[in-house]
Design a protein around this ligand. Structure first.
Ligand code: SAH
Length: 395
């Protein structure tokens, strides 16, 4: 039986024709039969022309398109998509980075696979499905990964949200689609890190900061560095390796600080140049007397939805203001936002407002983004979630 057919309201087909993969529920005119969440559906315009095929879901995004045509979306299709993602990583060079075995293999819309993330940690692949449709395909993806990597891949772990797993037939109880549980020591640009994909945030590690961490390492020599929101200590390790005089790693989570300490030790550094601080970032920055040479601000997403955007911008302004006040003249601020709903201009506006509030003179040295293994479809600008500025704070 062909997939259910969804016909869009008149005039609601423009964004699909421009390869934007989301169909909002309000754009749906009619359906020939009601699909179940996770079902594949075909989408057509008022004239009955097929515009694409995708996964149906309940919620404001009703369909996430995986194909902009009328092709068969079968096992061969999915395997081809995973292989194309691998080829893109090969072409961008991330597979061949020296001393590096962590990278994102599939970045959702950026790889034409909305709702699916696959991260590679050495011999382990971690799948995170954000839609029922993708979750139902976990076993197909695991097989595709085995075909690509062969014996080099010993484990595939399903890190999808619990509410999806309960619905999905055949979801493994312990999360392992194959292989057993052993935590991994992985490498990023030669630096070892322990990655706990089971209990860690996201898929276990913030791979998206790889290139930005390297830049920080290059700018850390001789400096006193504060790494706020340190999580597993990625920036701290690079700062120590780059010759920082002293590094303070701050997080509000004790578990995160333990992971940071472990990673600092794994990299051969002791406590002589490193200190952990268990605190709220803004409170610490407002109350501490220390003036730093370099501060990293990499908070969790302040706005997950458009409706939270205004509050998020205020949050970025507040925290950047507090950090700018704690930097010595000539010092450096690495400041980031990973809120999808706050775009580059808004973020820069918030940082500008913070600089005005402090009366300090600030120059932009670098504008930072997510790396090439987190690609952005030109037609889906929402995929560009990570933005950062490296600022020199002059006076
Ligand atoms: N910079 C990290 C990723 C940051 S994840 C990296 O490169 O890997 C966000 C971190 O912020 C989490 O570890 C979380 O525990 C911490 N956090 C959240 N709210 C906080 C707050 N108010 N003050 C300090 N840390 C906070």
């Amino acid at each position: 039986m062909p997939y259910p057919l969804i016909t869009l309201k008149s005039g609601k087909d423009q964004s699909v024709r421009r390869f934007h993969p989301w169909i909002f529920s309000g754009a749906i005119g009619s359906m020939d039969r009601p699909p179940e969440p996770g079902d594949l559906v075909r989408v057509a315009d008022q004239q009955g022309r097929i515009l694409g095929t995708g996964h149906y879901a309940e919620g404001s995004i009703a369909v996430r398109l995986v194909s902009f045509g009328d092709e068969r979306v079968d096992e061969a299709f999915w395997k081809r998509k995973i292989r194309e993602a691998w080829e893109s990583r090969k072409a961008s060079g991330v597979l061949d980075l020296t001393g590096n075995n962590m990278y994102r293999l599939v970045h959702a819309e950026g790889d034409g696979l909305p709702g699916l993330v696959i991260d590679i940690y050495g011999d382990t692949a971690v799948i995170q499905a954000h839609s029922m449709g993708m979750h139902q395909l976990c076993h197909t993806f695991a097989e595709a990964l085995r075909e690509i990597y062969g014996p080099a891949l010993t484990r595939v772990y399903d890190k999808s949200e619990v509410k999806l797993s309960r619905h999905a037939a055949g979801a493994p109880a312990d999360g392992y689609l194959f292989g057993d549980h052993t935590e991994g020591i992985c490498r990023e640009h030669g630096h070892p890190f322990r990655v706990d994909w089971v209990r860690g945030q996201k898929t276990g590690f913030f791979i998206d900061q790889r290139e930005n961490r390297r830049l920080l390492g290059e700018m850390s020599s001789g400096r006193t560095v504060l790494n706020t929101f340190c999580y597993t200590g990625g920036f701290s390790v690079y700062a120590l390796a780059g010759g920082a005089r002293e590094v303070h790693s701050l997080d509000s989570s004790r578990h995160a600080l333990e992971l940071t300490e472990e990673n600092v030790r794994l990299n051969g550094f002791d406590d002589s140049r490193h200190r952990i601080i268990h605190a709220d970032a803004v409170e610490y920055l407002k109350s501490v007397d220390v003036i730093y040479d370099l501060i990293v601000l990499d908070p969790p997403a302040f706005a997950k939805k458009l409706s939270a955007r205004h509050k998020a911008v205020q949050g970025y302004r507040r925290i950047n203001e507090a950090a700018l006040r704690r930097i010595r003249p000539g010092g450096i601020l690495f400041t980031f936002s990973c809120s999808q709903a706050v775009d580059q201009d808004l973020f820069r506006g918030a940082v500008l407002a913070a600089a005005i509030d402090t009366g300090r003179q600030v120059r932009i040295l670098h504008q930072l983004h997510q790396p090439a293994d987190h690609p952005v479809s030109l037609f889906h600008p929402e995929g560009e979630y990570l933005k950062g500025l490296v600022l020199q704070v002059d006076h």
